[in-house]
Design a protein around this ligand. Structure first.
Ligand SMILES: Cc1ncc(COP(=O)(O)O)c(C=O)c1O
Length: 384
């Protein structure tokens, strides 16, 4: 079975018949396999928190919760979704460069650990806290690795966290707070990284930063959150992340940093959810226009915007038609020339053919522009 597609051709056909097209379908078995494969290689002192922004489908959240996941949220909506899981305090985190007071209130009411991204977060939490409150500090580091797609944005200017060089000043101001105490560090510095050695290099730099802050300012870290960023293949020639190397690397970092006795946190979104999803849409028109062959589909950037944002298409197959060599520009039904899902080689397509886009379980429908042009929101089928 092709690992880029959670469902084979027969399954894609029956999902399309059962739910209509366009639609998304998520495989619980594939999501679980991703979670277990990662959990298995991680040292016990690493907590796995699923980044809800990747895909907040309730069945997916419940499935990950049943496997022992913690959760990373970044809005009140995500907090409310995780609230329905009835998790004990400490299993949920709340990040985001601009948090409203209502969101902070919600986080405190649920016993959620907040990733403070600046002094404003600390001051607002101080005003809301009834007693001692441990928070993590999100730092925007001065180092980065070759992120490539600039999703998080490297070491340049950033809206996320406190710039590393400004941490001493923030700590000086925070010393006057009565309730809020910084007890953790959060750094997320790269996205969609399939090279374990690069991930370990950056995680090592984060632990070095934590050690400097510990030594210079006496900060005691109960947890160090390394963010998400574990990559997945989007094309047959892309190799998957070497999980064993990642696990070994993290064990090595914990051994090297014996001063740190707390827990590490990983917040993968794409890695856990991406491979479980398929998006199904039918060809509505074929148009030859001045040397370009368009296949116009039932859905476009209203359902999948990642190709437009990053220039990287999702893998696509023509269900039941095998491989092909005819170049197509895949266009959606929206009235904008931005509505493109990529340029791909496919067999000779006919109107009504079913296309399947793989690895669309993360940053798929929930990232799309579903309101634009008011097409109906496609169904999302959960396959246990
Ligand atoms: C704070 C935070 N944690 C985790 C993630 C998940 O990242 P990924 O899906 O690359 O693992 C993101 C994504 O933007 C994020 O902003």
């Amino acid at each position: 079975m092709n690992p880029l597609f959670a469902f084979d051709d027969a399954q894609c056909r029956s999902l399309a018949e059962a739910h209509g097209t366009p639609c998304f379908a998520y495989s619980g078995a594939v999501a679980e396999a991703q979670f277990r494969a990662l959990r298995e290689v991680l040292p016990s002192r690493v907590r796995l928190a699923y980044a809800v922004k990747a895909n907040p489908h309730p069945k997916l959240l419940a499935h990950f919760a049943s496997l022992g996941a913690s959760f990373d949220c970044a809005s009140i909506g995500e907090l409310e979704r995780v609230e329905t899981l009835g998790l004990p305090p400490g299993r949920t985190f709340f990040a985001g460069p601009g948090k409203r007071e209502a969101e902070l209130r919600k986080a405190l009411a649920l016993g959620v650990r907040v990733q403070a991204e600046g002094f404003e977060d600390l001051a607002r939490l101080e005003a809301l806290a009834a007693g001692a409150l441990a928070v993590n500090l999100r730092v925007h580091p001065a180092f980065d690795i070759d992120e490539g797609n600039r999703i998080i944005g490297g070491s340049g200017p950033s809206a996320f966290g406190v710039d590393e060089e400004d941490v001493p000043e923030l700590l000086r101001r925070a010393a006057s707070l009565r309730h809020v105490r910084i007890r953790g560090l959060h750094v997320f510095a790269a996205s969609n990284q399939r090279d374990a050695s690069k991930l370990i290099a950056i995680h090592g730099a984060v632990l070095d930063l934590a050690k400097r802050l510990h030594e210079a300012h006496g900060l005691v870290f109960e947890q160090i959150d390394l963010g998400g960023g574990l990559g997945v293949p989007y094309a047959p020639e892309e190799s998957p992340l070497d999980l064993a190397a990642l696990g070994r690397g993290l064990s090595g970092l914990l051994a090297r940093h014996a001063w740190f006795t707390g827990e590490l946190i990983l917040e993968p979104g794409r890695f856990l959810a991406g491979p479980c999803g398929v998006y199904l849409a039918r060809v509505m028109r074929i148009k030859e226009s001045r040397g370009t062959r368009f296949a116009i589909l039932e859905g476009g950037i209203n359902h999948l915007i990642r190709p437009l944002l990053t220039g990287e298409p999702f893998p696509v197959k023509a269900v039941g038609r095998g491989e092909g060599t005819i170049p197509y520009t895949l266009a959606g039904p929206l009235c904008t020339s931005l509505d493109r899902l990529g340029e791909v080689a496919l067999p000779d397509l006919r109107v009504g053919d079913l296309l399947a886009f793989g690895t669309t379980g993360a940053y798929g429908l929930n990232e799309g522009m579903t309101h634009f042009l008011s097409h109906p929101v496609p169904p999302e089928a959960w396959v246990d």
